[in-house]
Design a protein around this ligand. Sequence first.
Ligand code: PEP
Length: 254
Amino acid sequence: MDKERKLLIAGNWKMNKTVAEAIDLVDGLVRELANVKEVDIVVCPPFTALHAVSKKVLDTQVRLGAQTMNENGYGAFTGEVNAGMLKEFSVRYVILGHSERRQYYAETNALIAKKALAAHAAALKPIVCVGETLAEREAGKAEAVIGTQVKGSLAGLSAAQMEETVIAYEPVWAIGTGKTATSAQAQEIHLFIRETLVQMFGESVAKKVRILYGGSVKPGNAREIMSQPDVDGALVGGAALEVRSFSDIVKNSI
Ligand code: PEP
């Protein structure tokens, strides 16, 4: 597929996989995807598997991501993990503001913006998630909600930091439900997000930012969605847990 921006496909393993299972999965992906140069491939295991997976992806084309991080430096924040700790495992990306973090852990746009700044300070690339609920879409508020999330979650980033930031549009109603946005619905929102970035950071920055789609991406729908001009890859949940489905998504996107 000929794209303006290099595709990025990231697997969000969520709270799944023991260390042994994580090693099996990453070994399979490294084997299956050894010759893929056209796509940036990222896996985001749980914290407990980062060390083991980091050793497996060394000198491969697979990059490592984390699923969240704390915005503070070292100190008294029981249960939390900061950017410096992730860097010890050669983590390059970190998912921020996933809808599950927003919903279950009350993450706000302002908090996500702080995390994004802390990630950049440690040279980690944030994958900032935005997306509307079904009720918001049905009330005709999808763009208003997403516009607020984009502006709030990226507040304070410099142009250079924005160029190194990835956005994931994940309609909440499509996550883990088997319902996918149509490629036209995805393109419409991705274009809206890019236009919002133009307002915030200018045209040349906005053109460089990769905007991923997430929500029930599978081998069968990956190509169609990623063929849209403003869809620059995918953030994959359920289908990232098996070697076959994740590697087929990557291969089908090329
Ligand atoms: C996600 O949670 O980031 C996601 C896109 O999940 P799924 O692919 O399972 O819908």
